[in-house]
Design a protein around this ligand. Structure first.
Ligand code: FES
Length: 112
């Protein structure tokens, strides 16, 4: 594992999301869940690679603005369509700092 600091908890409030780029250029989307839990997923939509950072987060449902595919950010599975998913990056929080590891995970793609 090669964790790197990507941001602080103050940059990802509960119920909000923000895009970041790692040292190796990987674009990740961080989502603030309850109790200071932060999930890191691929920032590019598995459909046609539009940025999910431009999407809409409504509670646990992330909607891509391009063609309205929806994902459950608690499970990272597709809602509509249901046969897709987001890649999830290992994440840890130490103090106020958020670390992620993108070394072993590649963004997923789906049918178009
Ligand atoms: S690129 Fe996201 S739904 Fe098409």
């Amino acid at each position: 594992m090669a964790f790197e600091k990507i941001c602080t908890l103050e940059e990802v409030w509960e119920g909000e999301m923000a895009g970041f780029t790692t040292a190796n250029g990987t674009e990740v989307l961080l989502i603030g869940l309850q109790d200071y839990v932060v999930r890191a997923v691929q920032q590019t939509c598995p459909h046609q690679q539009f940025s999910l950072a431009d999407g809409i987060l409504d509670r646990h449902v992330l909607t891509c603005r391009a063609h309205l595919w929806q994902f459950d950010v608690r499970t990272d599975r597709g809602i509509n369509p249901s046969d897709c998913a987001l890649a999830v990056y290992p994440t840890k929080v130490e103090g106020d700092d958020v670390y992620i590891d993108v070394a072993q995970t590649a963004p997923l793609r789906s049918h178009s």
